[in-house]
Design a protein around this ligand. Structure first.
Ligand code: 5GP
Length: 217
């Protein structure tokens, strides 16, 4: 699918004040419970929108075999994380499942000032902090088609013990309730079919970006 920015030069010829590249900068927060497919959706959005960038978070959680340093996360120690908190370096940070995760502010600001679509994949706590500081941020929350289906998907991942699956399921239900009552999310997206959910997410983000650029004029 062609990116929205590709038709910019045509449109500029007929419009007295079109959005500049900088106006186009938008902060996108994608959240959802584990097992809902949000990472795949996030990466799908990133691939399809040419000037989008994924914010690689810092985390104190252990690196797994599937993780790539500086692509999935910056894996850092508790001490290093604390130093970043003390230096006010985080736009937001949160404790998720007993480990810390945070978004570096300076990098996000730089990317936004270049007019990019900056994608954060963060939890509801983090999204609340971002929305309080940057009300223009666009929040997208990915939902499972039903609780039963989420439970089934968590079980099918075969990554975790029965006990941990039960814990993840309880946390997921709590996170969904939190997301709905938080007022932070502009759109809720039900992931019934992954390919369709990716297309829908891209459309929602493109619409949000257009509206954001218009409002910045
Ligand atoms: P995982 O360890 O499975 O990759 O991620 C666990 C949870 O942490 C997910 O819900 C993910 O969205 C959240 N998360 C990842 N990075 C950040 C971050 O920088 N800030 C916050 N608040 N949550 C994050």
């Amino acid at each position: 699918m062609p990116d929205q920015t590709s038709s910019k030069s045509d449109a500029q010829a007929h419009h007295p004040r079109l959005p500049t590249d900088t106006d186009n900068g938008l902060l996108l927060m994608i959240s959802g419970p584990s097992g809902v497919g949000k990472t795949t959706i996030t990466r799908g959005v990133e691939r399809s929108i040419a000037d989008s960038v994924f914010s690689v978070s810092c985390t104190t959680r252990a690196k797994t075999e599937a993780d790539v340093e500086a692509v999935d996360y910056h894996f850092i120690s508790d001490e290093e994380f604390q130093e970043l908190i003390d230096n006010n370096a985080f736009l937001e940070w949160a404790d998720v499942f007993g480990k810390k995760y945070g978004t570096r502010k300076k990098w996000v600001d730089e990317q936004l000032s270049r007019g990019r679509l900056v994608i954060l994949e963060i939890d509801v706590e983090g999204a609340k902090q971002v929305k309080a500081k940057m009300p223009d941020a666009f929040g997208l929350f990915v939902l499972p088609p039903s609780e039963e289906e989420l439970h089934r998907r968590l079980k099918n991942r075969k990554r975790e013990s029965e006990e941990l699956i039960a814990k993840r399921f309880a946390e997921a239900k709590h996170e969904i309730a939190e997301a709905k009552s938080s007022g932070v999310y502009d759109q809720f997206l039900i992931n019934e079919n992954l390919d369709e959910a990716i297309v829908e997410a891209i459309e929602k983000v493109r619409t949000a970006r257009r509206e954001h650029a218009m409002n910045s004029q």
